[in-house]
Design a binder for this molecule. Sequence first.
Ligand SMILES: Cc1cc2nc3c(=O)[nH]c(=O)nc-3n(C[C@H](O)[C@H](O)[C@H](O)COP(=O)(O)OP(=O)(O)OC[C@H]3O[C@@H](n4cnc5c(N)ncnc54)[C@H](O)[C@@H]3O)c2cc1C
Length: 459
Amino acid sequence: MPDTSPQLIDPAAPSEQIESLLTAVAAKPDASEGMRTMMQRASEFPNRLAAQLTGIALDPYGRQVADQFLDAYWSDEPRQQAALRATGTDREVIIGSGFHAAVYAAVRVRSGFGKPLVLERNDRVGGVFAMTARPAFYLNSRNRAGNAGLAGDQGASLNYLPGAPIQAANVSMAEYQTNTDMAFVIRLALAQFADVVTNADVQAVARDGAAVEVLLAGRGAITAGRVIDARGLGDPNDQDLANGTTILTFPQFMQRMAGMWPLRGVRRVAVIGGGDSAKCAVEAVLGIGPQPYMAAAALDSVDRVDWYAELPATCEGWQDDIRGRYQAIGRYLRPDRLGGRRLTVLQRRARPVALPGLGLVDGRTYDLVVVCTGNREADIDGLDLASFYEYTIAGSTLVVAREHYDLPAFRVGPHARLPFTAREREDGIADIPANAVSMFRTASKTAALAATLPAVTQD
Ligand SMILES: Cc1cc2nc3c(=O)[nH]c(=O)nc-3n(C[C@H](O)[C@H](O)[C@H](O)COP(=O)(O)OP(=O)(O)OC[C@H]3O[C@@H](n4cnc5c(N)ncnc54)[C@H](O)[C@@H]3O)c2cc1C
């Protein structure tokens, strides 16, 4: 009988991948300045590794070198093959490499279990926050030091990744951090606590005796003892309307914003949709998002933004109805002294049509149309939502995930579509619909699942 009892590890001991990352950064004197400098304050950190990684994160060149190292490591084909071959009935497989994959892996390993294998369909690890390698949008959850907790608790960190080597609060002190700040924390956690294979698109999952067979597009099937389905919010709803040039989905637009002079020749823009993604897109074209690469107001200034959304159309209405994070947008709704204004909210639904070199919306032409109309689940055979029920950990009524009726498989994070708890309703958290998918709401639930599930061979 193999020993499946949890084996506690030292979380401050770098994994092989993190050790190689530290070596790669140390080998470049310009890139290791932050790491070396931060060691002067090493005693203020929980351990040496946290000081080293914080130093790297706070040094732009150090972070760039580390990010490039991680990408190269994860894309190495022989390493990927070895990781896929190492699967078996005693291994957990996580679908997706976002925030929730990192939470599960970190808490699982720190609870004494083996490293999960993370399968990511993209070539970049880190999920939604890693959709760009350069900063492209700001988070909507405030950057605060502290431990996990709910919104409204000034002492809690909303972007807290349980078990991670360093937290988002370690990597910058901006009130709202960039997507790449969060992505860096997620990527370090995965480098420390998981094996990751990129370009591994899970297509189907089926029972194989007591275990599961996981079928990957173009890479055959592997065996797992348990599947953690952390697919996130899915693909853009209206991606079929986008043409990749004049009509873009939110991820396509953000990838453009992270490239060189992204708004060159763009004078008139339409944004469709009123959620947080659309607000980030509007911030980007107005010049109040993160600074794009090689873009300057003298060269690249959008004159007119038409926003098709059910949102307040006046500055006053904006102040009354929209939460603090997005208040800066409201002042662009007020006409200037000459009566002109750059931003107009058109409170109606719209559908874009691609014309040669232009996008057409509601009879008006635009240089660029950004479609931000939400997401839909990306299908995997055998893991449809109807096959899962709400899962509570033993002795508790708190729903932390969804468990499959027939397979050793769990849905976690926003992908689990967990109902608001009574506590979250009482605290007003349910009043903001976007909170349904926020990290502070789901992180502790995924962490609780990871800390309490038995070893896979005991299922
Ligand atoms: C644009 C945007 C901004 C957000 N900002 C905030 C914020 O500021 N604060 C906050 O609290 N929350 C925010 N959220 C919510 C955020 O998505 C969640 O809180 C959380 O990060 C989701 O993490 P995840 O790991 O569940 O999913 P994701 O980060 O979406 O990761 C899922 C991963 O699964 C992969 N995947 C999907 N299907 C497959 C497959 N078949 N095979 C292999 N891999 C697959 C995807 O490629 C992706 O990398 C934001 C969401 C979006 C879309």
